[in-house]
Each structure stands twice: as C-alpha cells, then as structure tokens.
Design a protein around this ligand. Structure first.
Ligand code: SF4
Ligand code: FES
Length: 287
C-alpha cells in the first residue's frame, strides 16, 4: 500500500455507546453556570435522544439474497454511522459483520452505502442524514464476505495490474526527494483504497470485468510519473476493452471519492496519453 501522508492524531475514543446512553438526566445546578448556555441546535443536527432506526443489510454465505434487519440505537450529536453500527453490534446483535480500522477516514475500510450513497461510515455523522430510517448496505460491485463487509482482494489486485503496486520500489527508499509535479503525486497518494468509486460506477455495475476508476487513476499516475518504468504494459492494460475506453464519464467516481483523488480526471488524462502515444506511433515516434 502506498505510504500515507502523516495521519492526524487519533481522536480519543468516546465512551462506548450503549442503549440508553443518551445524556444522563440533568440535575438543576445549585448555582447558575458560569459558561453561557450553548446556542440551540438546528433541527437537522439536534441529538436524537430516542435514536434513529437503522435498516442494516444482512447476508451470509449461502443466502440467496440480502434482507434488512432494523435496529434502534441511541446516538449523540457527534456520533457517526460507524459509531452506531458498533453500538448495534455491542448491544443488539453481536453477529453483525462490519469492518473498520482507523475511525478517522484514513484507512478506507469502512466504505459502505448509506441511504443509497457511497460514503465512509466513520466520516458520516448520523445527525447529518435526513430524518427517517437510515439504510446501510455494503459497497456494490465487490464480492461480499457478509453483511457490510466485502472482500477487497480483487480490488487491491487491480492496482498491481495497473502497474502501480500499492508499495512502489521507489517509495521504499526513505529520504528520496519528491518528484516534480507534486500536486498530481499527492492526488494518488491520497487514495485510501476504499472502493467507493468502484461501487458508485455504473459501468462496473454492468460489466464486472471493467477495471474500475481507482485502478485507472493508478495507471494515470504511472504514465504521468513513470520513474523509469516501462509504460508498455500499463498502456496495453489501459487500452484494453474493459478499461479506459469503457468509461462513459458518469463522474460518479469523483463525486463519491472521500479523498479528492478525482478518478474521472485521471481517466481523461489516461485517454489523452494513449491518444497522443497512438499519434506518435503513426509517425514512428511512439513506444
Ligand atoms: S479513488 Fe477515491 S473512491 Fe476510489 S478507492 Fe481511491 S480514495 Fe476511494
Ligand atoms: S475506519 Fe478507516 S476510513 Fe473509516
């Protein structure tokens, strides 16, 4: 995996959620508080003392299709969908399968569809969602392990196929100076390999062989910054039937990307590169 930019310090873990964890009953203070009362919360961000209903997709090996289980769990104003799912697992159903690691939007493991939209569960506050039941489903276009967890192995393998291993040889050299074009370099380094772009992509939905936006963004980085590597295999892969020319510019990949990688732009870059190289080859100067 590509080295990460320094991650922000972990936020101290909050108290574990539990049913009825809502704020304890208030006891009138003996003396007026010195600190002025907070502004009343807007309705859309007010704490939901009773807790919203979560409709959670459930599916195990052998199940023909997924079904939804409903859970109601108390959440606080700052709680995320991932906090709520953990609370559900800890207090309602320990068999719920979810995946997470960093809890602060860096590792990409908690990607899922929340109310039909791809998002990181640890980066989505419950209070930011519309009122009503909250539907939580696994990302699409990837093999399901169970419930909300998908198998990312195939997805990661596409980075290798695109010519950009998750850890490049050059990146194993500490102290190596950054390349020219740092902005583009940082774009790819920002990819947290969450798979949300692949989930949102309508082409990937229709064609499971389509290599997908993240891998094409990786291939674009290779051609933008080859570092001496042979571009032939990358160009061949990008030019294949289920690759860069299959993209129909739906732009959904860039819309859902939580890291600003902008895979749609990268795909355009790759197309331009292939077209330019093709033109050079016509005149015997391409490779
Ligand atoms: S390009 Fe964006 S959405 Fe796709 S895997 Fe990387 S970070 Fe996730
Ligand atoms: S748990 Fe790491 S990105 Fe959500």
């Amino acid at each position: 995996m590509s080295p990460r930019k320094p991650k922000p310090p972990a936020v101290p873990a909050e108290e574990p959620l539990a049913e009825g964890l809502a704020a304890p009953a208030e006891v009138p203070p003996a003396v007026p508080p010195a600190v002025p009362a907070e502004e009343p919360l807007a309705e859309s961000v007010a704490p939901r003392a009773e807790g919203p209903t979560f409709r959670v997709s459930r599916r195990r090996a052998g199940d023909d299709r997924a079904h939804f289980d409903e859970f109601r769990v108390a959440v606080g104003r700052e709680d995320t969908v991932l906090d709520a799912l953990i609370a559900i697992r800890e207090t309602k159903d320990p068999s719920l399968v979810i995946r997470h690691s960093c809890m602060h939007g860096s590792c990409g493991t908690c990607g899922m569809r929340i109310n039909g939209r791809e998002a990181l569960a640890c980066d989505t506050k419950v209070a930011s969602l519309r009122a009503g039941p909250i539907t939580v489903e696994p990302v699409a276009n990837q093999r399901l392990v169970a419930d909300l967890a998908t198998d990312m192995v195939d997805f990661y393998a596409r980075f290798e196929a695109a010519g950009l291993p998750l850890v490049r040889d050059a990146e194993k050299s500490p102290g190596r100076p950054g390349p020219a074009g740092m902005l583009a370099f940082e774009r790819l380094e920002n990819c947290i390999e969450c798979g949300l772009c692949l989930s949102a992509c309508p082409i990937a939905r229709a064609n499971h062989d389509y290599i997908g936006p993240a891998a094409l963004a990786a291939a674009a980085r290779v051609v933008e910054e080859p570092r001496g590597r042979d571009l032939g295999p990358v160009r061949a892969l990008a030019g294949e039937h289920d690759s860069v020319w299959s993209c129909r510019d739906a732009m959904e990949c860039s819309a859902v990307c939580p890291a600003g990688v902008d895979p749609a732009r990268a795909i355009l870059t790759l197309r331009r590169h292939l077209a330019a190289n093709g033109a050079r080859r016509l005149f015997g100067r391409g490779d």
